[in-house]
Design a protein around this ligand. Structure first.
Ligand code: NAP
Length: 293
């Protein structure tokens, strides 16, 4: 078994982006890309994600701003924040960190974002363009998975790829990207969800198994075809006495046992997570260069 090392590959991409910012932008007297994040409430996972995004921006020389609001902000007030960021000439692109408090309609907020600044790639215009294979901002996690497969040397053409989970941000878009007629597509894709009977029947047939179910340790070695490539998207915080923070991260896949039967596997942490963040940076660079119209 060989690791599909998202930490290493994301580091390589960050180095390329940092070089681009220095040589092609700053040395030429142009501004560095500037992105913003809107963070509502005190959810610890959201705070961690936004802090990680800020850190990555600093590493590549981007400017970043975080707009923080209490969780009693109204939907109307948040829509005004989105309107402001849609029009702020200082900003190239922005994200609204999800999930939002229950009293706010997430879809309404997403649809208010100007698609040319939607670096999370969640706006229906960007999703529609992705389906049609047109230039667009790809959702960061599926974009990161495709890049990981590409740079990790995993062929997808002609392979059977089984995706577990059909969320709008991971399962559904990755199934579309891998089945597209394009480089790093051309796979035969099976998309499974909670109504799929006998999940193992499908997972055992996968050359590439992508797990985005949000259920810790649910994929065991009996469910994986020997030699398969396994991408674990799940992230779960579990209590741990061995870490200073008092918790550690684990995925949807039982890493210790599945890593003994598969050929390649993403670790958690250090697999899909860093690839998601670097994909956001790639989208931000595109936004600053006005590549997406
Ligand atoms: P989600 O919205 O919770 O969706 C889970 C999907 O799994 C649903 O489609 C659900 O089916 C399906 N599912 C649940 N139980 C199942 C079962 N027993 N058999 C088959 N399918 C089942 O998930 P998400 O937002 O895509 O996130 C999934 C995981 O990835 C979470 O742990 C999340 O934290 C993590 N994540 C990580 C990153 C990263 O950057 N590393 C990014 C995003 C998400 P139904 O549709 O039928 O309900």
């Amino acid at each position: 078994m060989q690791l599909l090392d998202g930490k290493l590959i994301s580091h390589q991409i960050k180095t390329e982006i940092a070089l681009h910012v220095r040589e092609k932008l700053l040395d030429a007297g142009l501004a560095a890309p500037h992105i913003a994040a809107v963070l509502v409430g005190e959810d610890p996972a959201s705070q961690t994600y936004v802090a990680a995004k800020e850190k990555s921006c600093r590493e590549v020389g981007f400017l970043s701003s975080v707009y923080r609001y209490p969780d009693n902000i109204t939907e109307k007030q948040l829509l005004k924040v989105v309107d402001f960021l849609n029009n702020d000439p200082e900003i190239d692109g922005f994200i609204v960190q999800l999930p939002l408090p229950k009293h706010i309609n997430e879809q309404k907020i997403i649809e208010r974002i100007n698609p040319v600044r939607d670096i999370d790639g969640f706006h229906p215009v960007n999703i529609g363009k992705m389906v049609l294979g047109l230039p667009c901002f790809l959702p960061a996690t599926p974009f990161g998975i495709v890049t990981l497969l590409e740079r990790g040397g995993v062929e997808t053409a002609g392979k059977h790829c089984v995706v577990l989970g059909r969320s709008h941000i991971v399962g559904t878009p990755i199934s579309i990207l891998l089945s597209r007629k394009s480089t790093h597509g051309n796979a035969t894709v099976t998309l499974c969800h909670s109504f799929t009977p006998d999940l193992t029947k499908y997972t055992r047939e996968a050359d590439i198994l992508i797990v985005a179910m949000g259920k810790p340790d649910c994929i065991t070695k009996e469910m994986v075809k020997p030699g398969a490539v396994v991408i674990d998207v799940g992230v779960h915080r579990v209590p741990s006495e061995e870490t200073k923070s008092g918790y550690r991260l684990k995925g949807d896949v039982k890493f210790d046992e599945v890593s003994r039967v598969c050929s390649r596997i993403t670790p958690v942490p250090g697999g899909v997570g860093p690839m998601t963040i670097v994909s956001l940076l790639q989208n931000a660079l595109k936004a600053s260069q006005k590549e997406i119209k």
